[in-house]
Design a binder for this molecule. Sequence first.
Ligand SMILES: [Fe+2]
Ligand SMILES: [Fe+2]
Length: 367
Amino acid sequence: MQRRTFLKLGAIASGTVAFGGVSRLATRTAAAQSAVPTVDRLVMTNVVDNIYDIFAKGGKLDTVTVQRTSLGKSGTLLAEHGLAYHLESVRGGERREVLLDFSLTERNLLNNYAVLKVDPARADAFILSHGHLDHYGALPDLARLTQGRLKPGLTVYAGGEDTFCHRVVATPAGTIDQGQLDRGALEARGLKIVLAKQTTVVAGHAFTSGQIPRLTDFERPPAPARLVAGPMDSMCSVSHFGVTRVEAKPGDLVPDTFQGEHATAYHVKDRGLVVITSCGHAGVINSVRQIQKATGVEKVHAVVGGFHLAPAPDEIVAKTVEAFRTINPDYIIPMHCTGLNTIMAVHQAMPKKLVMPSTGTRVIFGA
Ligand SMILES: [Fe+2]
Ligand SMILES: [Fe+2]
């Protein structure tokens, strides 16, 4: 019998586990599913997002509860072009907290952590989706301000070397600098960095996608995205960018394939997968397919995140919505860079699945 092999299975409760290899199985085995961490409940808080709608309505939907954070005594939430999540999960009596992405500015992230009563010192792990400034921007300041207060050995799960390489966006008007996250500076603050290139269990409850195979023919990285080539023997040489054949000198701009971008996911008991794409440069459909394949779980409860379709032509939006129909998640929660075009298309095609988030929105999955 063919069987999915999971590596280092015994370490699931404590930290990093690579779900082994790529399965050739079409059908999913019970062994595969039993290796996937399952939680009873996940509370996903949208700590920072592009909008803050104080009039957004909350309430109980069919199988999720949506809570909003309106103006209150503890202060006002701040929105910006950036994304940050707090993910709190429960399995039995075990509770885990994960911080995913760190928005653009320290001012907004720390303000919103305080308003939402998120304490980084309680975090069991950090996950960074990719190396764009609107996702890592506040992380260096957070590491500085919390040095010595975070859990010992706290790990930042990144998806690949390119997370720490210099990025720019090339526009007709010139390049927009996305900066470069300094890995050594984070480590000097006491953070441990793991490059989770394979599917990896995080804090025993969550897992990351690993690097995401590009399966669809319509999802492409954003055309203006560039990486700045580093020296050939460095972590930022083109050999780490997925463009090994390119002749590039240090300082040259090379197309950014987002090889090291990864998605985050949970398997919620009696609900299915909650897939969180962050910026979705690898393609939201590719991301969902990778999580399904890696876990052996077909049922998708929710697709959450930035889908990066705001600049996409109608044809690609339509193909994405068609793929959503096939995947048939219970909920689609579009954030950040998804774009009004895609939100409207999802609303038209599957209005009951659409949940509109806002900075401060909490979605409760599971019991
Ligand atoms: Fe991005
Ligand atoms: Fe982004």
